[in-house]
Design a protein around this ligand. Structure first.
Ligand code: MIC
Ligand code: SF4
Length: 648
């Protein structure tokens, strides 16, 4: 029987287990990436493991999230990361070089390799034919120290792309269509593999837009074949030697096959507050727009920015629209400058921001109260823009450009009636390349690690308790994202200071959460969270587990969990429990006193646990889906403790 691309790449990397969808396997990781917001903790953990150098083929530490530098904290973290990189043999990408995923695609991604990144949008690398997976920082630290990465052997869903996109319709609309089909729930343990004759009509950055937002569907990753288009992209990056062909066998077996006709794709938008809320742009036609943001790791490539530049040539931004651009990388910015795109953008009225995450993570360019903000990014979660009352819509660069001109949501195809033709931007045969913002490690240099006052040791965990006795500190509904659990934006500067960052847990949902949690912790009890479906969507930030661990949380009970967050909870010794009967969710409330007993014996034998709701005087059963290894980690109190126990 033939093999899919996913099976071919994963089988080459399997360390433990075998190709058996649904079962745990571990794989060798060839490359890692970190970014500054997750990186400091990942490297502190890496240091704690005692390795002398990274053991991967290539590891890169990017600085792209916290580049605003209000106060000393961000700059302290950057310096720490730079010195750690130099000491352990890691390439350091300085602030200003661009967003990790865009830069990695340009300079390091290689077809057929595995990449593990401490950022949920690491699957961007799937656009170049790699298996690129997002994970918590601790998992990335383990991979850097030479350990394998554990995952569920995936189900593979083939997405057969037919035909070709029409003008004004783009890769972003394709992935928004994917979100309409698959939604943001229920895709855990799957990988999307793209194929069909439509693939060859999409450039590598367009493919990367599609794999990037597969993260919003909750899949492990998404991957495209590596073909002549991939070769042309690598050649334009002076990296043709990194190319190998990767394609599925013609009789490959898939768990499911979905077809998408590219010529039927129309401009789409995700309306507030989920990337899964999809409507046609035309349906929201009269919506007045206050802000348009172009950029983020989803849509900030050369082609994206040049397309907008040429649409806006000789046009001016509507007076009610604040128009911001964050180019994906220094390379993109330099190339659009050389090809005259930047001039068109500036003269249209764009505010050019740094090549970084910027507006996407809400640490700058927060829109005005009640604003309608059109963004080419991938997440429009509640509060993420930094303005709670703002309404963020995710759109393609073409739809963003149309709104810049008209001041309202506009189907970009209507621009033709205004005499604006679709600019068919070709990918350059050769990019202008300048790698001077990378610092490559040099063994001859002796380095002292710099630790400013913002760098604190990671908190240690305690082994699993036999009785968890505590209070339901918070009960939340479905699709709670890690942005709800612990906000990024202006609070992200505390990522290296867990006690301080913990003060902002669940801040956007309930400003009194921290006070309650602190009281429960100080009384010697456990904080217990209760949630609905798909708990922990979105970001890979391990602080959504690390800060709860610091606040003595030992269990979260939900209807279901998302993949990366589940792994993070386990890494920090918090057991993810699911209701055996969904109706039990209805019978538990915030403030209820809870007791879970006989935990150790039951986890050792893999049996379900019983939760006693002392306030309501009822008992119900909860389940957990943990491999033998994960049960040991939970009992040890987390991955670091587990590794230590093993090495003793
Ligand atoms: C995000 O887009 O939410 C982030 C910020 O890039 C996160 C990582 C983080 O919280 O540091 C992600 O996607 O994993
Ligand atoms: Fe940065 Fe936004 Fe991409 Fe996250 S989604 S990596 S914040 S650009």
């Amino acid at each position: 029987m033939g093999k899919s691309i996913v099976q071919k790449i994963l089988e080459k990397h399997i360390v433990e287990g075998k190709w058996e969808p649904g079962k745990e396997i571990s794989i060798k990781i060839d490359q890692t990436l970190t970014q500054d917001a997750t990186g400091t903790m990942a490297y502190l953990q890496f240091e704690a493991m005692g390795a002398s150098k990274v053991k991967t083929e290539l590891s890169v530490s990017y600085v792209d999230h916290n580049t605003v530098q209000i106060g000393f904290e961000n700059a302290d973290d950057h310096k720490y990361l730079q010195t750690v990189a130099a000491k352990y043999g890691i390439i350091y990408s300085r602030a200003g070089n661009g967003i990790c995923h865009q830069v990695h695609l340009e300079r390091f991604g290689k077809p057929g390799k595995t990449l593990l990144g401490s950022d949920s949008h690491t699957p961007t690398g799937g656009g170049i034919g790699m298996i690129a997976i997002g994970a918590g920082g601790l998992d990335v630290a383990v991979a850097m120290a030479g350990g394998p990465f554990y995952l569920t052997c995936p189900k593979v869903i083939k997405i057969k792309l037919n035909g070709k996109l029409n003008p004004w319709c783009s890769a972003k609309d394709v992935v928004l269509k994917m979100l309409k089909i698959f939604t943001t729930k229920g895709n855990v343990g799957c990988i999307f593999e793209y194929g069909g004759d439509g693939v060859k009509t999409l450039s590598v950055p367009e493919r990367a837009t599609i794999t990037n937002m597969g993260a919003e569907c909750g899949v492990t990753t998404s991957v495209f074949p590596s073909d002549e288009t991939t070769f042309a992209f690598l050649k334009a990056q002076d990296r043709e030697n990194d190319w190998i062909e990767i394609k599925a066998d013609s009789e490959a077996n898939y768990d499911e096959i979905i077809e998408i006709n590219l010529d039927e794709i129309i401009p789409l938008t995700a309306y507030p507050h989920s990337p899964g809320n999809i409507k046609a742009v035309g349906e929201l036609k009269e919506l007045k727009v206050d802000q348009v943001c172009l950029g983020s790791c989803t849509n900030s490539s050369y082609k994206d920015l040049m397309t907008v530049a040429k649409i806006l040539k000789n046009q001016k931004a509507h007076p009610n629209v604040s128009f911001v651009i964050a180019p994906g990388s220094k390379q993109v910015l330099e190339n659009i400058t050389r090809d005259d795109g930047l001039t068109d953008l500036i003269s249209s009225g764009a505010r050019i921001a740094e090549s970084a995450c910027g507006f996407c993570i809400g640490n700058s360019q927060s829109p005005k109260t009640d604003a309608v903000s059109l963004r080419t990014s991938n997440r429009n979660f509640f509060g993420r823009s930094g303005t709670k009352s703002a309404l963020a819509y995710l759109v393609s660069p073409e739809t963003a450009a149309a709104a810049v001109i008209t001041g309202k949501m506009t189907d970009p195809r209507e621009l033709e009636t205004m005499g604006i033709n679709y600019p068919n931007i070709e990918m350059p045969d050769k990019f202008y390349i300048d790698d001077s913002l990378f610092i490559f490690p040099d063994d001859a240099n002796k380095v002292e690690i710099y630790r400013g006052p913002n760098i604190g040791d990671p908190p240690s965990s305690v082994p699993m308790l036999d009785i968890i006795s505590g209070e339901v500190t918070i009960k939340v509904g479905d699709q709670i994202t890690t942005d709800h659990i612990i906000p990024a934006g202006s609070k992200m500067k505390y990522r290296s200071n867990v006690p301080k960052y913990s003060e902002f847990l669940f801040e956007v949902v309930d400003p009194n959460f921290y006070k309650r949690a602190k009281k429960i912790k100080e009384s010697g009890k456990s904080n217990i969270f209760v949630a609905g479906l798909s708990y922990g969507q979105g970001s890979s930030r391990e602080h959504a587990a690390l800060c709860p661990m610091f606040m003595s949380t030992k269990a979260v009970i939900a209807k279901s969990f998302e993949r990366i967050h589940t792994a993070n909870l386990i890494n920090f010794g918090i057991i993810p429990l699911t209701f055996k009967k969904d109706k039990d969710y209805e019978q538990i409330d915030q403030g209820d006193n809870i007791e879970i007993s006989n935990i150790i014996k039951n986890i050792e034998s893999g049996d379900n646990l019983k939760v006693k709701n002392k306030t309501k005087n009822i008992e119900f059963e909860v389940e957990y889906n943990l491999s033998d290894r994960q049960r040991e980690i939970i009992l040890a109190g987390g991955t670091l403790a587990y590794i230590k126990n093993k090495s003793n």
